[in-house]
Design a protein around this ligand. Structure first.
Ligand code: SAH
Length: 214
């Protein structure tokens, strides 16, 4: 099966698994996942699985990317914060759906690789930095939407504070290695309204700085 056929099969699988939002499906169709996976795994780029990307991190499973993006209810005028750039795949999917994505990654090596991909794909509405994304990006706040792609033990209050009124934050919550769930949190009159969406397994959101050189 060639790349195009594999991609169509994957999109059909996502649709069957509950991704009904055609804008989200079309964004996934337009982002070439094969450039975000390391060389030895290129054959599996359109399999519905997470894959290693170095530094002990993973590019998320396509179904999880699709369901989390759909849950975020992104609009084309919105300013979005993403925490955990990783490969940059989810970042580009978001960039197709909103006005600008601000993305933060803890590992400089991963961020440099992701930025190279943004240039290759000529995506110009992404601003990326290395740092501790659990602190958010205060200079750019408030955000209409916040997506966290690493698991926090509880809702990070700092991120919620940077969410605009009426805004939505989607994130995995739970302890590393145990069952986690994706939650959608809306800011209503300054207070969080929490919905529990589906079970997942993510790498942990690690607060604090990395040692110099990483
Ligand atoms: N959306 C990414 C998922 C990568 S895995 C993709 O599909 O490729 C989660 C990423 O979050 C990892 O790259 C990890 O280094 C990063 N991360 C974990 N804690 C972080 C923090 N406090 N700030 C920024 N990035 C963090």
């Amino acid at each position: 099966m060639n790349g195009a056929a594999r991609k169509i099969r994957l999109v059909m699988e996502l649709r069957k698994s509950g991704v009904g939002d055609t804008k989200v499906l079309s964004a996934l169709e337009r982002v070439p996942r094969e450039i975000f996976v390391p060389e030895p795994f290129v054959d599996q780029a359109y399999e519905n699985t997470a894959l290693p990307i170095g530094q002990g991190q993973t590019i998320s499973q396509p179904l999880v990317v699709a369901l989390m993006t759909q849950a975020l209810e992104v609009g084309d005028r919105m300013k979005v914060l993403e925490v955990g750039t990783g490969s940059g795949y989810q970042t580009v999917v978001l960039a197709k759906l909103c006005r600008r994505v601000y993305t933060v990654e803890r590992f400089k090596a991963l961020l440099l690789e992701a930025e190279q991909k943004f240039r290759t794909l000529a995506v110009s509405n992404i601003t990326a930095i290395t740092g501790d994304g659990s602190r958010g990006w205060p200079e750019q706040a408030p955000f209409d939407r916040i997506l966290v792609t690493a698991a926090a033990e509880k809702m990070p209050a700092t991120l919620f504070a940077q969410l605009a009124e009426g805004g939505v934050m989607v994130l995995p919550i739970g302890l590393p290695g145990s069952d986690q769930e994706v939650q959608r949190i809306r800011k209503k009159d300054g207070h969080p309204l929490v919905e529990r969406l589906f079970p997942v397994r993510f790498v942990p959101l690690v607060a604090g700085d990395l040692p110099v050189g990483n």
